[in-house]
Write a protein that binds this ligand. Structure first.
Ligand SMILES: C[S@@+](CC[C@H](N)C(=O)[O-])C[C@H]1O[C@@H](n2cnc3c(N)ncnc32)[C@H](O)[C@@H]1O
Length: 358
């Protein structure tokens, strides 16, 4: 009979002293609030308030409800906070973390290579697209802009990232994106919604059961709908001048990710993963980001602010795990930055796979 919504309702009336103020606080119309209150009183079979004109006074049952309800609400809040803490400790397993520097890096990454990854990220107008692991919305704003007549539902497990993504979309004046704090594994359970298309970028590399996730996602795509997967592959990296320390740093990151159940070389597995998950008509296209001195925007945007920044961002964890010594790490970063000089070359390949749910 009593649920947490009722607790909020009674406590809001108590705190605000009137139905009109409580309805504002709860973001309800006054008539919706009165209706809910009436239903509660009816289901309990007892009045919780005496009404004298516009004023409400608690009855004996109402006082008991308010006093015990306040205690229960406090415990519920504490429980929610504890669950959030547990969730956040799980998030710490995510190797890139959720710092401001990483948020900036994700935006630099998305913007510097947008034309390579997204020239064909276009879906039929009217489609609903699920974006899995939107992070701070770096890809979201690009796909939402290219698909103004599609609805994008973007999910992530990080509350902080979702808030940043929401702000980014608002600042860009976009209204076709809805954000949800949700784990991709939870999403499947209720199977309440079915999507026209799914978009998942730089997420499978962090997940220990990527094939299972793809299989589950397939079950929430409409027949004839598609999935688009984008992943990198650290093994595709080559550069000039060659540098053993830079290689060591990249290898250390691959090992670190592996140790946390992920795979930094997953790009080469996009085809087999999609195929084993049951998708049809799969097309995987490698998107090579080749950078030399003739492409200054990529020298800064990709070599320095995306790839090297990623390696720098993980230095603390890599060093803590003893995967490479501090001096070798520093020399490796120097080696990567050296490729950004006038005679340097850097190349990295992303893999974009599209599969159909037939
Ligand atoms: C490298 S970031 C990529 C973010 C964004 N797609 C981009 O390309 O900028 C990976 C994101 O996946 C999210 N993520 C990891 N595991 C997830 C899960 N099980 N369900 C939903 N999101 C998840 C992380 O919180 C993080 O924001």
């Amino acid at each position: 009979m009593i649920d947490s919504k009722h607790l909020q309702l009674i406590l809001a009336i108590h705190q605000c002293g009137s139905l009109s103020k409580a309805s504002q606080k709860l973001n309800l119309t006054q008539s919706a609030l009165s209706h809910q209150l009436k239903n509660l009183e009816e289901s309990l079979g007892v009045a919780l308030f005496h009404r004298v004109g516009n004023q409400l006074f608690f009855t004996e049952a109402g006082k008991e409800f308010k006093d015990k309800g306040a205690k229960i609400a406090k415990e519920l809040n504490a429980l929610e906070q504890r669950i959030q803490e547990i969730k956040e400790s799980q998030l710490k397993r995510y190797i890139h973390g959720y710092s401001e520097t990483e948020a900036q890096r994700l935006s630099n990454q998305a913007n510097s290579i947008a034309e390579y990854l997204h020239f064909d990220s276009v879906w039929q107008p009217g489609s609903t697209i699920l974006e899995v692991g939107c992070g701070v919305g770096a890809q979201t704003v690009i796909i939402a802009d290219k698909n103004p007549d599609c609805k994008i539902v973007s999910i992530d497990i990080s509350k902080k990232s979702i808030a940043q993504a929401q702000q980014k979309v608002q600042e860009a004046g976009m209204t076709n994106v809805e954000f949800r704090l949700q784990d991709v594994n939870e999403l499947i359970k209720g199977k309440k919604e079915i999507y026209d298309h799914v978009f998942i970028c730089f997420v499978l590399e962090h997940i220990s059961e990527p094939q299972q996730v793809l299989q589950n996602l397939k079950s929430i795509i409409k027949p004839g709908g598609t999935i688009t997967v984008i992943e990198g592959d650290h093994g595709s990296t080559f550069f000039y001048p060659e540098n053993d320390f830079a290689r060591k740093v990249i290898d250390a990151q691959v090992k670190l990710q592996q140790g946390k159940g992920g795979n930094a070389n997953i790009g080469r597995e996009v085809y087999p993963l999609l195929s084993k998950a049951g998708f049809q008509e799969i097309v995987v296209s490698p998107r090579q980001i080749y950078v030399d001195g003739t492409r200054p925007a990529l020298v800064d945007g990709f070599i320095k602010n995306t790839f090297t920044a990623m390696m720098q961002g993980m230095s603390e964890t890599v060093l803590k795990e003893g995967l490479v010594s501090k001096s070798d790490y520093d020399l490796g970063i120097e080696g990567l930055l050296r490729t950004a000089e006038a005679d340097g070359v850097f190349s990295y390949t992303f893999f974009k796979g599209i599969g159909v749910n037939l």
